[in-house]
Design a protein around this ligand. Structure first.
Ligand code: SF4
Length: 451
């Protein structure tokens, strides 16, 4: 008999609303990222926000280093398809300006905002506007007092620092709080585990010093994954020294691997070995590229041989097991065709696309092609709304797939992963928020606006 598992921490956290996204209270674990543009560059920042939204990002954080950046938020916020978090350090007046600009959440580090009184001023203003605050304790920014008390930067010190900040907000009867205690992987795991035992506020999970796209994604998968596996974590950000779109992709992959989110089609591919009689890596990459435009809870397997391939392909919704010059096509455990190698991928995609369309129709959502048509008409939308004409920034191939349909299709996805067609409209509706004008973007790895 399986051992009963305790309810995950995230099931019982206090729900906090960040724009239209709920953090905590058992809501789906949301994926955040942070723009790397100069926030003062309104158009460039909006282009990047649209790229992030197209990839499924649900909350975006913007650095607010000075007054000009804080004032730019007022121009960015009404045109942003995503809830905006203003990231403030050192100057509490910037937090007040950000609130006036209508941001959806503040991230402050009370340890560097100047004084408790200044934190109180910010908290009062946030409370008046119903805006939540994340108090972010970070291993690199612990106060001298805390470091003295704990003898250095430790998980206990991080937790104590965060809870002190929380106490300041609670004194003001402010409870729309999200907490983070970021550190390197082992300490972060300890700190999140400790703080989860002491608070019901939702937790924003991440690790510090993550690194480049490759190494950072692995560190984040290890750290964030270990924390999520303990039932802890209501929202995540993978921090990478890379295009922030990669952070969103990595975030969803981590969540998908725990079955916490189902965004996009799940592809499993065998690692290939000496038994493979086809170039399975190339086939898997092609399937991955073609699946990138679909968002349906479908599992697809691409296997390299007739030894283990058929068994694993059978466990997916659809799969192929390749052999010499031919292969088998599986649908929910049954072989439905034996095909020449050159037909396999097309036949697999026909099955997957048909299933995705049926699922979308059952949910009342537009079929992939219809979604593409909707989002491909930004000019009409601009004319009808009288707003600035969007460029093709949001309709380019942000997935880097080489397929222009991929971006628009992705932009029309249910970014909240709720299966709620309204969520599709929220992100995709061109009349809801104008895309930035006059800024050239081409693909996820494209040049970004000035930094
Ligand atoms: S499915 Fe076949 S080719 Fe792929 S790793 Fe397993 S044994 Fe090797």
């Amino acid at each position: 008999m399986p051992t009963p598992q305790p309810a995950p921490h995230r099931a019982g956290t206090r729900p906090v609303r960040v724009g239209r996204v709920q953090i905590g209270g058992g809501a789906p674990v949301s994926v955040q990222s942070m723009t790397i543009t100069d926030t003062r560059d309104v158009e460039g920042t909006l282009v990047q926000i649209y790229q992030l939204a197209a990839e499924g990002c649900e909350i975006v954080r913007l650095a607010v280093p000075d007054r000009e950046a804080a004032e730019a938020l007022a121009a960015i916020k009404p045109r942003s398809p995503l809830p905006i978090v203003a990231d403030i350090h050192f100057d509490y007046r910037l937090a007040l300006l950000a609130l006036e600009s209508g941001v959806d959440k503040l991230r402050i580090n009370p340890g560097n905002i100047g004084s408790r009184e200044r934190t109180r001023i910010v908290a009062r203003a946030a409370k008046d506007r119903g805006v939540p605050i994340r108090v972010g304790a970070n291993i690199g920014s612990l106060s001298k007092a805390i470091l003295r008390r704990f003898g250095g930067p430790t998980a206990e010190a991080l937790v104590a620092s965060a809870l002190e900040d929380v106490a300041v907000l609670e004194d003001l009867d402010f409870h729309d709080i999200v907490i983070s205690v970021k550190a390197e992987v082992p300490m972060a795991v300890d700190a999140y585990t400790m703080i989860a035992a002491q608070t019901r506020y939702p937790l924003h999970v991440g690790v510090t010093e993550a690194g480049t796209a490759w190494a950072g994604a692995i560190k984040s998968a290890a750290g964030i994954g270990a924390i999520l596996a303990r039932g802890i974590g209501d929202t995540i950000r993978v921090s990478l020294a890379a295009d922030p779109v990669e952070e969103v992709r990595a975030g969803f992959e981590i969540l998908k691997s725990f079955g916490l989110r189902t965004r996009g089609v799940q592809l499993v591919a065998c690692p290939s070995c000496g038994r493979a009689e086809v170039d399975i890596i190339q086939i898997a990459q092609e399937v991955e590229r073609r699946l990138a435009r679909l968002n349906a809870p479908i599992k697809v397997a691409v296997m390299g041989c007739a030894v283990n391939g058929p068994g694993e392909a059978r466990m997916a919704d659809f799969g192929i097991a390749c052999g010499r010059g031919m292969g088998l096509l599986f649908k929910r455990g049954k072989i439905i065709a034996s095909l020449p190698e050159e037909r396999l991928v097309d036949a697999l995609m026909e099955q997957v696309e048909s299933a995705a369309s049926s699922m979308a129709a059952a949910q009342g959502a537009p079929a992939p092609e219809a979604a593409f048509m909707d989002t491909a008409a930004p000019q009409d939308a601009a004319v009808s709304t009288g707003r600035a004409a969007p460029t093709d920034a949001a309709v380019r191939d942000t997935a880097g797939t080489g397929d222009p349909a991929a971006a628009t299709d992705t932009a029309a996805r249910d970014t909240a992963g709720t299966g709620d067609p309204d969520a599709v409209t929220d992100t995709a509706a061109p009349g809801e928020a104008t895309t930035p004008a006059g800024t050239a973007v081409s693909g996820a790895g494209a040049e970004r606006a000035s930094r």
